[in-house]
Design a protein around this ligand. Sequence first.
Ligand code: PSV
Ligand code: MN
Length: 390
Amino acid sequence: MTEPELTAVRETLRKQAIETPSWAYGNSGTRFKVFAQQGVPRTPFEKVEDAAQVHAYTGAAPVVSLHIPWDRVADYAELAAYARSLGVRIGMVNANVFQDDAYRLGSVANPDPAVRRRAVAHLLECVEIMAATGSQEVKLWFADGTNYPGQDDIADRQGRVAEALETVYARLGTEQRLILEYKLFEPSFYTTDVPDWGTAYAHCMRLGPKAQVCVDTGHHAPGTNIEFIVALLLREGKLGAFDLNSRFYADDDLMAGAADPFQLFRLMYEATRNGGLDPSRRVRFMLDQCHNIEPKIPAVIRSVMNVQEATAKALLVDADALGAAQREGDVLAANAALMDAYNTDVRPLLADLRSEAGLDPDPLRAYLASGHQEHLAGRRVGGRQSGWGA
Ligand code: PSV
Ligand code: MN
């Protein structure tokens, strides 16, 4: 790699912005058990404080995503100002139409028009929150679907989803976007109304340029080639965001890059190769994770570092060598160009960039040594800890 190329790689890494999810800082678990941790935030303001800590140590996580109603506050402008005062900003507003009793048979695809109206009203509330916080994206994921053959009409449900999306889309400002997230399975088991990228893409195409797709890495059938989906959506200008996380079995929501760092590298390679890191494309790289058994702020720091490492390796792919090998049909040389980059130890490069920025070269070690975790445990006593519900 030439010196100017290396300078460009460093510049891209310096500017990388990873969004962290407010809910990663709250208590979470499985349907079997939620293990409460000490020092967990009680309010959205405290979640923003934790996100700011991650950014203070990594320098790469300046954005925090909200989940409504978990992060409902009386004054969103105040929350956004608080975030700014701590050096971070509010990112995507994630809508939640999956926890009310009314949604037993779905939200926007529910057969009952009154329930659909209620769901759409919530989505519009999220659009307002987006405006109040300065966010530019409302992210929609629907738990809608059916559990049994014949339970509801599959095609009719698509029509209801389309109608709700059109109503939300019509409310978007010029710079605002609707990001539609798909998921193959869970909580519905027979049909899911937005199960895959194709369905999400079809809806977004019909809506227009302000609608794009979110790829959550945990939302596919085992063995799905997610990097292909990323390449295709970027090529079509329809990739809006990533929900990054790692999985062994299903939608595990474990730390990005934990189970399969090579997959994270391949995803980041397709992202970089296809312009996904170009700020003008506005692709958001969000972590969608829950830390059930590990301490939360350190886990998010580790995840951010994992994404940075995968990105650095992806940027180090020798594009000339790879292109030449591809044109010559030299399969082994092409594969080697990718593997050489993947096998590069990029930790010294990232440590160097952090030092240059006045940060500790090892953010995780520095955070753990800071005593902040113990400080939080002593300070955040009483109140109701945040979790999947608040
Ligand atoms: C659904 O499984 C999902 O990935 C959506 O993004 C939700 O908003 C999020 O999880 C909650 O963690
Ligand atoms: Mn997600």
